[in-house]
Design a protein around this ligand. Structure first.
Ligand code: ADP
Ligand code: MG
Ligand code: ZN
Length: 362
């Protein structure tokens, strides 16, 4: 039988706010362990959360930039689970009433023969939540782990796509575009190595042309976009092989092993009911005014897709040039300033930037 893959991505992004989500501890990477904490982010009893305005503002920007509807009424909930890096034993997140819903990101995907196609990947939601701390495992061989709460309570957004993605390459392009958008609007540095962007891939397969969704696995532990692509492609092959052998796909969480380029079963998946979600009684319903949404909208710069289309139209450049020049908005600005100074040869200036200038920037 011929199968097709169905993929949905859950992407966690750390916001570059000055302070944490519900207390005023600084949000800084790399400080000595447990120096950026207070009773609230250590979850002492009796401490109360205060919603960080900058987090809300930046999430609205992320929502508008990904074509989402911004909900004037949204709510925080508690998601319960036990893990040593989560001292309150619940995470404050948004469940039934997220702040951003129903967006989409448009991507262009290259075929192997050099041709390309466009696709729109729908976004189910973007919601706000707090990050957990970090476990640091003893590296002298003793069976010890340490808890660092510097990251506990930092601002995260989670962007959940609809299962509209069909290949590892499409997932790669979706992540690249999402990252570019978030960097353009300056809400995150999206540095996967420092953990400020983390991606889980939900993967299932189904008979080609079928409308029903198959049983999915959730693949974690990829530390680069390239590994996300490899993990998905591996997982699709593994599932097809299993079905062809008459095995069942188990709904489970699997870890990607970059050394072997395989995925390994880790645990069966919790259902939402296991988390005992309920509205956080310490945080009032979040109500946004039209002005707050409008002020976020006004702050948005020209977004990557618009910039690419405009540069193509204004300067008639090949696609490859456009991709390089719009890698960072500053480079595109520099290009446009250079063309203004020397308007006769936009393509020559592009060559000069892509070769000479980029070589100096490395
Ligand atoms: P969960 O509660 O298990 O995390 P959700 O329904 O919230 O599941 O979906 C999480 C992610 O999984 C979303 O990105 C969604 O698009 C994707 N997804 C849901 N069902 C499937 C499926 N059968 N195959 C692939 N991806 C799926
Ligand atoms: Mg999930
Ligand atoms: Zn704190």
């Amino acid at each position: 039988m011929e199968y097709e893959a169905v993929i949905g991505l859950e992407v966690h992004v750390q916001l570059n706010t000055k302070t944490k989500a519900f207390c005023s501890c600084p949000n800084t990477f790399g400080a000595p362990a447990n120096t950026l904490t207070c009773p609230r982010c250590q979850a002492h009893p009796g401490t109360l959360p205060i919603v960080n305005k900058e987090m809300v503002h930046k999430t609205i920007k992320a929502g508008i930039a990904t074509n989402c509807a911004i909900q004037k009424v949204s709510r925080f909930a508690r998601k319960h689970y036990f893990y040593p890096d989560l001292p309150s034993y619940y995470q404050i997140t948004q469940m039934d009433e997220p702040i951003c819903t129903e967006g989409h990101i448009d991507i262009t995907v290259l075929n192997e023969d050099g041709s390309s196609y466009n696709k729109s990947v729908r976004i189910n939601r973007i919601h706000m939540e707090e990050d957990a701390g970090k476990l640091v495992h003893d590296d002298t061989g003793r069976p010890l782990s340490y808890v660092d709460l510097n990251r506990a309570g930092c601002c995260l957004i989670e962007c959940v796509s609809e299962p509209d993605i069909s290949t590892g390459e499409e997932a790669y392009q979706y992540l690249t575009e999402l990252k570019k958008i978030l960097q353009y609007i300056n809400v995150s540095d999206c540095n996967m190595e420092e953990g400020s962007l983390r991606c889980d891939a939900n993967v299932s397969i189904r008979p080609k042309g079928s409308k029903e969704l198959g049983v999915k696995t959730e693949v974690k532990n990829m530390n680069s976009f390239r590994n996300v692509r490899l993990a998905i492609d591996y997982e699709i092959k593994r599932q097809i092989k299993a079905l062809n052998n008459g095995e069942k796909i188990l709904q489970e969480t699997r870890l990607y092993d970059a050394k072997e380029n395989t995925t390994k079963g880790m645990r069966s998946k919790e259902g939402a009911a296991d988390y005992r979600y309920f509205p956080d009684p310490d945080i009032p319903v979040l109500i946004l005014k039209e002005e707050e949404i409008e002020s976020a909208r006004k702050e948005l710069p020209e977004l990557p897709q618009k910039k690419r289309e405009r540069l193509k139209k204004d300067y008639d450049l090949p696609d490859q040039d456009i991709i390089v020049l719009t890698e960072e908005p500053e480079l595109a600005d520099y290009y446009e300033a250079a063309v203004k100074a020397y308007p006769k040869q936009p393509k020559k200036i592009s060559n000069w930037i892509m070769v000479e200038v980029n070589a100096c920037l490395l």
